[in-house]
Design a protein around this ligand. Structure first.
Ligand SMILES: [Zn+2]
Length: 168
């Protein structure tokens, strides 16, 4: 399965890749040498907005993509390039904060997360996702509408990229 390592400038790209279920290493503190090492040792695709780093990766025969434009254009370009479906299924998502794998919690074992969320949230929802690494809990709250809206926008941008005739 395709996995990524993303430079410090591309936090938004990392966030959406994780939500889309892609194993994505990102930290604002990783330097260029470390990024190249991770890409090489873990066989990850290096996404960067830095032309120099992109060149270094190519010279080292690593799979890499140089991202340009606005944050949204970058997200759309990556989803397009790697044929990632712009639909978020939280059962497949990675933790947006730490890239950990999520465990789905339904009403039958809901008690497991009782101490990790506000009481109101606990009472209101029956489906949660617990990060195995950082123990954060996710649920389809108010922000879910924004996630869906944003993905619709990315879907339209991908469609435009598909319709653009690429010069040879
Ligand atoms: Zn986590």
């Amino acid at each position: 399965m395709t996995s990524f390592v993303v430079d410090a400038m591309l936090g938004k790209v990392a966030l959406w890749l994780r939500l889309a279920g892609k194993d994505t290493i990102y930290s604002p503190d990783i330097n260029d040498d470390e990024l190249l090492e991770i890409a090489k040792n873990q066989n990850r695709i290096l996404l960067t907005s830095d032309a120099e780093l992109h060149n270094r990766a190519e010279e080292a025969c690593l799979e890499t993509m140089l991202l340009r434009g606005t944050a949204d254009q970058r997200v759309a370009a990556v989803f397009h390039q790697f044929s990632i479906n712009p639909k978020i299924d939280p059962s497949k998502s990675r933790c947006s904060k730490c890239n950990g794998i999520l465990t789905e919690i339904d009403s039958s074992d809901k008690e497991r997360i009782k101490d990790l969320v506000f009481e109101q949230t606990y009472n209101h929802y029956d489906r949660f996702w617990l990060c195995n690494e950082c123990r954060r809990v996710f649920f389809q709250g108010g922000q879910w509408t924004n996630i869906s809206k944003y993905m619709k926008r990315i879907e339209r941008m991908i469609q435009m990229l598909k319709e653009t005739i690429q010069p040879l």
